[in-house]
Design a protein around this ligand. Structure first.
Ligand SMILES: *[C@@H]1O[C@H](CO)[C@@H](O)[C@H](O)[C@H]1NC(C)=O
Ligand SMILES: *[C@@H]1O[C@H](CO)[C@@H](O)[C@H](O)[C@H]1NC(C)=O
Ligand SMILES: *[C@@H]1O[C@H](CO)[C@@H](O)[C@H](O)[C@H]1NC(C)=O
Ligand SMILES: *[C@@H]1O[C@H](CO)[C@@H](O)[C@H](O)[C@H]1NC(C)=O
Ligand SMILES: *[C@@H]1O[C@H](CO)[C@@H](O)[C@H](O)[C@H]1NC(C)=O
Length: 430
């Protein structure tokens, strides 16, 4: 049970006010795409004095996790004392003393509680992520930087857990659905925001995309101001209760079929549902996956359908990059405002009329001057979700995650509206 006492009473007050106040603001959090790793990175300010910290954006993460092994210095760091309201609020599973360092330090304090820390890039977990609070500045409402004086995060002393993070990245920003201390859930304790966020990833490594926190409007310029959160296709967010504690924070949707150029791809439909016994299968959305992963049997059928739907004058070539299974000459392919003119891919959601359309700009990557590849990866997903929707397919699309409504909305390519994720109001984001 979560119970509130001091010192969370201030937050509780916010929570109560939230019921009566109109939550009208939107917090803009800029997101960069890293050139070498293709990871999506956001930058926040933390500690006293304030230092900039780069974090990997992880939809299924339960907290803001910081690598404290690199010399965490702050006069306002406070670890959560065992059995405190912070511990129960963060759903801590354990409590203890610092036994693996000779000196107490952020990440290793006595009489402190922990939760699991995770790194999705290496699929690893650590049971001693110390719960703590410190000053955090994150994003802005256009014109105003937003600061929390006591933001709850987790502090981990294990270099090994930080493997594969892009250069300069020292933590992970978790946007998990259930954890009360994930970014969307904790930020919504502020009466200005709600437990709803929009993910708009930029396809460029030079211009930043954005995560909107709050109900909207999500304004983008084209150059005229438009609210891109209108006219989305919505489907239910599905909880994966059988997938263990990892899956519980992740975002799943029901994909009922895939269409290529309007034709259903023949798929084993069993794979498209989450197995009720072991939580395997189904479709997860992941910002920690650069290209959508398909179970090999789905990939093979999909690949065949895509090749069949290509114009006859397009020639297949040997993949220059091993990761991709289908590559072809781009010579006879026209370019349109939604990228190369290729068969459209429809990810069909809970009913045939609800689908997310993927155009050339999101279905392929140009790997060299003359060759493009289908930007999907076939993989043995026997113990994993059958489909993991990855970053490349989501770029320059808006995805809205409505947590109280348990819905997720898809805009399709913003190029259809002559705009992109980097054209948001970025005044003061410097
Ligand atoms: C703290 O909580 C644990 C369970 O999480 C319980 O076993 C323990 O008795 C509590 N200690 C105090 C001092 O209340
Ligand atoms: C912290 O806990 C350890 C192990 O229980 C103990 O040896 C040490 O003296 C404690 N340190 C402080 C400063 O209380
Ligand atoms: C479909 O997939 C399920 C789950 O992996 C498997 O048990 C079943 O044998 C497959 N059916 C066919 C016809 O391949
Ligand atoms: C290739 O084929 C497509 C579709 O059949 C056609 O629209 C296009 O003009 C052709 N391109 C060339 C260069 O022949
Ligand atoms: C702000 O947006 C404009 C146009 O959308 C862009 O040219 C500029 O580089 C952006 N500035 C920052 C700091 O991101």
């Amino acid at each position: 049970m979560v119970t509130f006492k001091l010192p969370l009473s201030v937050l509780l007050l916010f929570l109560q006010l939230n019921i009566f106040l109109c939550s009208a603001e939107v917090l803009y959090i800029p997101v960069t795409k890293d050139t070498t790793t293709l990871q999506y990175i956001t930058e926040v300010g933390q500690r006293t004095p304030l230092v900039p910290i780069k974090l990997l954006v992880h939809l299924g993460g339960r907290s803001l996790l910081v690598d404290c092994d690199k010399g965490y210095k702050s006069s306002t760091y406070k670890s959560a004392v065992c059995n405190s309201t912070q511990c129960s609020f963060a759903k801590s599973h354990a409590c203890g003393d610092c036994i693996f360092k000779s000196q107490l330090q952020p990440g290793c304090n006595n009489n402190t509680c922990y939760i699991w820390g995770e790194n999705p890039l290496i699929n690893s977990f650590h049971d001693r992520a110390e719960i703590a609070e410190d000053v955090l500045t994150i994003g802005s409402t256009p014109g105003v930087h937003v600061t929390w004086s006591r933001f709850i995060f987790t502090c981990l002393l294990d270099q090994d857990m930080m493997r594969l993070l892009a250069k300069g990245v020292t933590g992970i920003a978790g946007f998990g659905r259930e954890s009360p201390i994930s970014l969307p859930n904790q930020l919504a304790l502020d009466p200005r925001f709600t437990r709803k966020f929009g993910l708009c990833l930029s396809s460029s490594t030079r211009s930043r995309g954005v995560i909107f926190i709050g109900s909207g409007p999500y304004n983008i310029y084209n150059p005229k101001k438009i609210d891109i959160s209108k006219d989305l296709v919505y489907t239910k967010l599905i909880a994966n209760k059988r997938g263990g504690f990892v899956a519980s924070e992740e975002y799943y949707i029901q994909v009922s079929s895939i269409r290529v150029a309007g034709k259903d791809v023949p798929l084993n439909k069993t794979l498209l549902s989450i197995n009720k016994k072991n939580g395997v299968g189904g479709t997860r959305i992941s910002t920690a996956t650069p290209f959508t992963i398909l179970h090999t049997s789905i990939y093979d059928a999909f690949k065949t359908a895509f090749i069949k739907a290509l114009p006859k004058n397009v020639t297949l070539v040997d993949p220059p990059i091993k990761q991709f299974g289908v590559c072809f000459s781009s010579k006879n392919i026209k370019s349109t405002n939604t990228g190369p003119d290729l068969p459209v891919i429809d990810v069909v959601l809970h009913k045939p009329s609800a689908f997310w359309r993927i155009y050339g700009t999101n279905s392929v990557v140009q790997v060299n001057k003359d060759v493009m590849c289908l930007a999907f990866v076939g993989q043995d997903q026997t113990w994993e979700p059958s489909i993991v929707i990855g970053g490349h397919q989501m770029e320059e699309n808006l995805l809205v995650f409505d947590l109280p409504g348990k819905n997720i909305g898809f805009s399709s390519s913003l190029k259809l509206q002559q705009t992109s994720c980097s054209k948001y109001d970025n005044t003061t984001l410097g």
